[in-house]
Design a protein around this ligand. Structure first.
Ligand code: ZN
Length: 115
């Protein structure tokens, strides 16, 4: 897209059109991170490369997916910046965009399941 920075362009793309595709895996993450556990928190999601892991027991799994997709799009961003961007985007999302996040979750694998 001309006249638009790569980063701004990535922000305009619907999330489900991210290329290469993002692999989503459901896994029991809640107590997997000692650092998070020691803070009395639960780990809801994790991203590495183009793979996102989500604990399906979370209260807002679609929002967790949004958060992790921002990590995928911006691997260098701090947790604070990702969380701020997640809040900014979530508040502006239409019901359709939120529905698209749920649809993406429909293609998720369960941990240990082959592709
Ligand atoms: Zn995060």
């Amino acid at each position: 897209m001309q006249g638009v920075s790569r980063e701004a362009h990535a922000r305009l793309l619907p999330l489900q059109q991210m290329k290469p595709a993002v692999r989503i895996v459901f896994a029991p993450l809640f107590h997997r991170s000692k650092r998070v556990r020691d803070q009395g928190l639960k780990l809801h999601g994790q991203a590495r490369g183009r793979t996102v892991w989500i604990d399906p027991r979370g209260k807002n799994v679609a929002r967790t997916l949004l958060h992790e997709l921002i990590h995928v799009q911006h691997p260098s961003w701090t947790e604070q910046r990702v969380t701020a961007e997640e809040a900014r985007r979530w508040d502006r999302m239409t019901w359709r965009r939120i529905a698209e996040l749920y649809r993406m979750l429909g293609s998720a694998k369960l941990e240990g399941e082959s592709d």
